[in-house]
Write a new protein. Structure first.
Length: 94
C-alpha cells in the first residue's frame, strides 16, 4: 500500500466546492466557541450572519476579533425588541 497525498486526489472542480456552500448560519452567541465554530463554517463556504446586540459583541475588544469575524456579515439586533426578534426569526426561516 503506497501513501498518496490528499492533494493528488483533488480535482480543480472539487477544490472550488466547499462543504458548507449554500448553508446560512446565524451566529447568535457571544463567546469564543460560537465565534470559532461559525468561522469554521464560513471558511468552508457558509453564509454566516453574526447577530450582535446594540453596542456590538464584547469579543470586539479582543485583539483576535478581526480574525474571528472574517467571512461574516454583521447584523445589529436588539433581541429584547419583538420586531427585531421577528426579523432574525425570518432570516432563520429562509
Amino acid at each position: 500500500m503506497a501513501l498518496r497525498s490528499i492533494a493528488e486526489e483533488d480535482s480543480p472542480e472539487a477544490a472550488s466546492e466547499c462543504v458548507a456552500d449554500g448553508l446560512r448560519v446565524l451566529e447568535l452567541g457571544s463567546g469564543l466557541s460560537g465565534a470559532v465554530a461559525a468561522l469554521i463554517l464560513a471558511d468552508n463556504g457558509a453564509d454566516v450572519i453574526k447577530v450582535e446586540p446594540p453596542g456590538g459583541d464584547p469579543l470586539r475588544a479582543h485583539p483576535a476579533w478581526r480574525m474571528w469575524r472574517r467571512c461574516k456579515q454583521v447584523l445589529p439586533a436588539d433581541l429584547a425588541q419583538q420586531r427585531e426578534r421577528e426579523q432574525v426569526a425570518a432570516l432563520a426561516a429562509e
